[in-house]
Write a protein that binds this ligand. Structure first.
Ligand code: UD1
Length: 418
């Protein structure tokens, strides 16, 4: 099994080019079920994207990969396609559930495997099904599969989500795309990745309006011409390298981003004492001498993202005083904590809150990755630790970070994959 070896305490210096967003690409790929011909650029070639491509191919959509250019050419020509998403593909990547809305709205039926639990929490799909039922779907759960049907097609409806979910908002949007009449979704997630999906759906001919957390979709307005779309940058990848820069950067420049989209995170780091300078499409991070403690709570966008919580926690091990992180999105997202403690961090958890007392000198250890963001937090810890850190189970990292080793090596980090 592959692992990462990191020799810590080496200052980082250089440019980092941010990839396209995995979380924007996944729903856009699912929505190609509704399109005829699509060219996607700035696609991050990470494991989850390849799993979604496999799922699309299984369904009957042609996908051509131009790997050296991060481009996908997608053709959806078959009249009869497979409306099944099998367990073997959905279990490894929960976003497989996103094909449910588009298959159902276009073909009036779909059978999609239930994704099951995952390391960071139970992650149910009740909100996805709630929205589809409101649009007129009949849904049964049988043998681990969601079996959905809408014999006369889906009908526009008014849907208020009882709580905010990124995936359920996306699935509802994609289903409403092909429904008859107007759909109003309220209490929606409004992550930048959802806005990118909306931009894509508009190019496909769909009329969509967004105002605060309310999205109105006028369904059934598909046109069949070829469209092109450039995927938005990955704000979580950018945030991860931003934190790396604050932790141990001499001078790091993060490029091909829009700092406005994650200004909240940048402001938090600045309040902690980081030296950060923005331009329209880049951020420069200079060496930070001393960091102040901070309290944050994870929230849906524009709040602080749960996907950056583990990385920020590593930074908090280096601040002076007691910092706090309250995790409001997933119930089991502190699995990096025991590993960070083994490296010397002083962290206690009570209910949903982690208390981090810093600064602590971290020392290298052999650690185990448990999920995507937890793994990258261990890499960050390894970069600042004394001696050598070995990160095991790095297949989690491959799910979401494109060329992580190469990007860090370009900044003079001593890291290698063995
Ligand atoms: C997406 C992101 C993930 C991120 C998360 C929260 C993708 C591919 N993944 O995941 O990286 O961490 O948003 O920003 O974009 N919930 C329910 N019922 C449902 C759906 C969700 O109770 O039907 C709960 C979840 O358990 C969780 C919360 O709602 O507690 C938010 O989850 P959600 O926003 O749906 O996350 P994902 O779309 O799975």
């Amino acid at each position: 099994m592959q692992k990462l070896l990191i020799k810590g305490n080496k200052e980082l210096k250089g440019n980092i080019y941010i990839s396209g967003s995995k979380n924007a690409t996944l729903p856009i790929l699912a929505s190609t079920i509704l399109a005829s011909e699509v060219r996607l650029s700035n696609v991050p070639f990470v494991k989850d994207i390849f799993t979604m491509i496999e799922l699309l191919k299984f369904i009957g959509i042609k996908v051509k990969i131009q790997s050296n250019k991060n481009i996908l050419e997608i053709k959806n020509e078959k009249k009869k396609i497979n409306t099944l998403a099998p367990y073997k593909l959905v279990k490894t990547m929960r976003a497989g559930i996103l094909v449910l809305g588009p298959l159902l709205t276009k073909f009036k039926k779909a059978k999609v495997s239930l994704p099951g639990g995952c390391a960071i929490g139970t992650r149910p799909v009740d909100l996805h099904l709630f929205a589809l039922k409101k649009l007129g779907a009949k849904i049964k759960i049988k043998d681990g599969y969601i079996i959905a049907e809408a014999r006369k097609g889906l009908m526009g409806a008014k849907i208020k989500f009882p709580s905010i979910s990124v995936g359920a908002t996306e699935n509802a949007l994609l289903a409403a795309f092909g429904a008859k009449g107007k759909t109003t979704l309220s209490n929606c997630a409004i992550e930048p990745e959802i806005k990118d999906l909306i931009l894509f759906l508009k190019k496909l001919g769909c009329k969509i309006k967004i105002s605060g957390r309310k999205i109105t979709i006028f369904g059934n307005s598909l046109h069949q011409k070829k469209i092109s779309h450039k995927i938005i940058f990955d704000r979580i990848e950018a945030g991860t390298y931003l934190i790396a820069g604050v932790l141990i950067g001499k001078k790091i420049i993060i490029k091909e981003i829009d700092p406005k989209i994650f200004r909240h995170e940048i402001d938090i780091l600045k309040k902690m004492g980081a030296k950060i300078f923005k331009t329209r499409s880049s951020i420069t991070i200079l060496k930070t001498k001393s960091l102040k403690k901070m309290n944050i709570s994870t929230k849906p966008y524009p709040g602080f993202p749960t996907d950056l919580q583990a990385q920020l926690m590593v930074l908090m091990t280096q601040t002076k005083g007691l910092s706090k992180i309250k995790e409001n999105i997933f119930e089991n997202r502190f699995m990096h904590v025991p590993e960070l403690k083994r490296m010397g961090a002083n962290i206690k958890i009570k209910n949903k809150t982690a208390y981090i007392l810093g600064p602590s000198k971290l020392t290298g250890a052999e650690v185990m990755a448990t999920d995507l963001r937890a793994s990258v937090s261990l890499v960050l810890a390894g970069l600042i630790a004394d001696n050598r850190t070995i990160v095991n189970r790095i297949y989690h990292l491959d799910r979401g970070y494109e060329n992580l080793v190469r990007k860090l090596k370009n900044c003079e980090a001593e890291i290698k994959r063995v």
